[in-house]
Write a protein that binds this ligand. Structure first.
Ligand code: IPE
Ligand code: IPE
Ligand code: MG
Length: 247
């Protein structure tokens, strides 16, 4: 399999923000505003993901993590939940060739056991197929919740401790991080939430502890590559101190 190297793209703008995470919110309102069913909004949202994925390398973004379905989203109607699961499956099937050809490595975070076996198989398949790609790292959060992830990682630590694989002195931040779904993925630099809500809704609470946040009124199906470039340019103006003092 051809490995596409992570050399900066020719003409790529460098905003110094390699990892962008997006809470893609507002699909339902986008559809409602037009008198259409919520699922139409979700389909438009999936189209938007394709465009943003394509725009990332030229904007200097090497890592993109998107929140597609939370552990709390099971509260929605069966029709909406099943519709969303169908959209995820179709996205993987239809985009597999393009993602592979474009050097995108696709990964998923979130608990998988509650998902349909067919969807789980599609997810594992595309992860394996794109595992050597490095141009853009696309991570999709499905049935993801930060509290659930931390609970599973803690249970894993407890099991390893009980089995004698690790000792108490090994209970470090690094040991916990290694058991998170995001092991091997750098922390996000910037978290964007669309649709005007200013909450994080259980998205990457550990990993985004030092991320910058941007909230935009734009509904996700309307969030263009130009809008992303504007947000990235603003991010470039920020002073990230990570607890240090300004020189
Ligand atoms: C985000 O859009 C997609 C998911 C949460 C699955 P919403 O469906 O939450 O859209 P609004 O917030 O109702 O407008
Ligand atoms: C967050 O959006 C989850 C996703 C974007 C997948 P929600 O629409 O579910 O969040 P709340 O309910 O407004 O907090
Ligand atoms: Mg919402």
């Amino acid at each position: 399999m051809a490995v596409i190297e992570a050399t900066p793209d020719e003409g790529a703008v460098d905003f110094g923000v390699p990892h962008v995470a997006i809470i893609m919110d507002g699909n339902g309102r986008w559809a409602k505003n037009r008198g259409w069913p919520r699922l139409v909004g979700h389909r438009r949202g999936a189209e938007r993901v394709k465009q943003i994925v394509r725009a990332c390398p030229d904007l200097g973004v090497r890592w993109l993590t998107v929140y597609a379905f939370s552990t709390e989203n099971w509260k929605r109607s069966t029709e909406e939940v099943l519709g969303l699961m169908g959209i995820f499956a179709r996205y993987i099937q239809k985009e597999a060739d393009a993602l592979s050809a474009e050097g995108v490595r696709m990964r998923f975070i979130g608990g998988r056991e509650r998902l349909e076996p067919k969807l789980q198989a599609l997810m594992a398949g595309i992860e394996a197929r794109t595992s050597a790609n490095t141009r853009l790292n696309l991570t999709v959060a499905i049935n993801y919740g930060g509290r659930d992830e931390l609970t599973r990682a803690s249970a894993c630590l407890a099991r390893d401790l009980a089995a004698g694989l690790i000792c108490e002195a090994d209970l470090t931040q690094g040991a916990l991080e290694a058991r998170l779904d995001t092991a091997g993925i750098p922390d996000p630099d910037l978290v964007i939430r669309t649709s005007g809500e200013t909450r994080t809704s259980n998205f990457l609470p550990w990993q985004a502890a030092y991320a910058e946040y941007e909230f935009t009124e734009t509904l996700w199906p309307d969030f263009s590559a130009e809008a992303l470039a504007e947000v990235l340019a603003r991010f470039g103006q920020r002073d990230r101190r990570f607890g240090g003092a300004k020189a």
